[in-house]
Design a protein around this ligand. Structure first.
Ligand code: UN1
Length: 493
């Protein structure tokens, strides 16, 4: 069996404690992908020390030169897209057309970050005194600890790592324990692109090791995507230790379907939003809010289409929906179906574990639709992270938006309508970081701000140039060329 290593200071190294864990293919539990380091404090110390030392030089490399390396990284991601897609599918399950899309997002981010290194703009403003100039610059912050989930094993880390490096920071990256192989390839690609030793380090391991990175006194910033529970804990530690932290956490995204919508389009959008990545996206459509005048007809259309989805191994041609990530997740789905039915929901599609033929080898759950859900039911409020869509009925646009907003999260949202006034009202009133008009809740693009309001995050936006607000801090410079002592607020008034 293949045994993988950590990447620290430009070297592939074994964990100091010599301990490893196995990772399996969620579509086939007999397929063991390999053994991965169970890194611990000694490895964390080594990686942070390497990143700290590399920071001294890396921050002095002209930003456009750093960008040149990221452009090469984009080229290599592009060259390895198919191969990497298969590796990702094998370890986290979604079909290869999706994992290749995931890699494409990293390619886009690499080229985007590379081009931003020629801008990284600050601003200047007139001084209140003569012969004085006021400028401001974006400076790197230092060592960034990056901790991400398995559902986008390349795209989501790329949103953080590539801009962090572009801005002159160094990185200690902990990929999810469910997708460590993708983390290894990430390091191979940045190494080949010429990123110097110590600038990017990868530590493989389980949850507790992430805590060691977060707590480490020499780490200046934490960038996290994952569960609300862990993100909230990270936020608390960073508050206590004065670290900047960017948290991207849960979602309970809704798609509204109005009675004037293009129903075919809205049904296709709902299915892609709900069952793409087996519903395991923070942007997944987990709630559908349908206008009362088209409620029954739309559900019928949706179920007819959902029944045609092909569940299977993501490495097989023709698979629409892959497995869930592990058995625990499968149990969670079973549990939520039971809760929803107990609270009065009506099951119209799926609802159970799939075990026909080869599906028995993995963790497969049928695409599930539960209708007649109301705002007080747990299934309407809590993130499941699986292929379960719940449907509620709305009396009006205002009611639909109220239902959409009656939730602690606020990441993505969508409305299908052909009424331009309704669309603009939704854009204004929906409480979410992202609103789609006539397209599903998934599909963010690398060069636009990405993040959520309310319980989804802590106010930051990845993607677009806004990500540089996370990975830089401001230096303000006053240049006085008057040859006199000019006392601000005093001599000029
Ligand atoms: C995530 O689920 O963590 O918009 C990110 C989308 C993808 C990114 C999802 N581009 O669904």
């Amino acid at each position: 069996m293949e045994r993988f290593k950590n990447y620290i200071n430009g070297q592939w190294v074994e964990p100091v404690n010599g301990h490893y864990f196995e990772n399996i293919n969620p579509a086939n539990h007999q397929d063991i992908i390999g053994e991965f380091p169970k890194s611990d404090i000694d490895d964390v110390n080594a990686a942070v020390a390497a990143a700290r030392s590399a920071f001294k030089k890396w921050k002095l490399v002209p930003a456009p030169k750093r960008g040149d390396m990221l452009r090469i990284a984009g080229d290599i991601f592009s060259r390895r897209k198919k191969e990497l897609g298969m590796i990702m599918t094998r370890e986290m399950g979604k079909p290869t057309f999706e994992t290749e899309g995931d890699v494409q997002e990293a390619i886009d981010t690499a080229y985007y970050a590379a081009s931003e290194t020629r801008r990284l703009f600050g601003y200047n403003a007139p001084s209140e005194m003569p012969n004085k100039m006021n400028l401001s610059f974006r400076n790197p912050i230092g060592v960034c600890g990056i901790i991400t989930a398995w559902n986008f094993p390349v795209a989501v880390p790329s949103w953080k790592i590539l801009p962090a490096i572009a801005a002159g920071n160094t990185v200690v990256y902990k990929p999810s324990k469910e997708s460590p192989h993708s983390g290894v390839i990430f390091a191979e690609i940045l190494e080949e692109a010429g990123i110097p030793a110590g600038v990017f380090n990868v530590l493989l391991g389980q949850g507790a090791m992430g805590d060691l990175i977060v707590e480490h006194p020499d780490v200046n910033l934490i960038g996290f995507t994952g569960s609300t529970e862990i993100g909230t804990h990270i936020g608390e530690v960073c508050g206590r230790t004065n670290k900047k932290c960017s948290l991207e956490m849960g979602g309970k995204n809704a798609q509204i379907v109005m009675d004037d919508a293009n129903f075919e389009l809205a049904a296709e959008g709902a299915l892609w939003g709900a069952f793409g990545t087996t519903g395991q996206r923070c942007t997944a459509t987990s709630r559908l809010i349908v206008h009362k005048d088209c409620y029954e007809d739309f559900i019928n259309l949706l179920v007819t289409k959902a029944n045609k989805l092909r569940l299977g191994d993501g490495l097989k041609e023709g698979t629409d929906v892959g497995p869930v990530i592990h058995e625990k997740s499968l149990k969670n789905c079973e549990n939520y179906v039971a809760i929803a039915l107990g609270e009065g929901g009506r099951l119209v599609c799926g609802g159970k574990r799939a075990i026909e033929g080869a599906l028995a080898l993995g963790s497969f759950f049928e695409p599930t639709i539960i209708v007649d859900v109301t705002a007080d039911m747990r299934i309407f409020k809590e993130e499941i992270f699986g292929p379960i869509l719940c449907v509620a009925k709305a009396d009006s646009l205002e009611h639909a938006i109220e239902l959409q907003n009656s939730c602690e999260f606020g990441l993505s949202s969508s409305i299908y309508t052909r009424n331009v006034n309704a669309a603009f009202q939704a854009i204004r009133d929906i409480e979410a970081g992202i609103t789609y008009i006539n397209s599903p809740t998934i599909g963010a693009e690398a060069h636009m701000p990405f993040g959520g309001v309310k319980g989804t995050g802590n106010g930051h936006r990845e993607g677009g140039w806004t990500v540089f607000d996370i990975f830089t801090e401001w230096k303000t410079v006053y240049i006085d060329y008057s040859d006199t002592l000019q006392r601000a607020q005093i001599d000029n008034y």
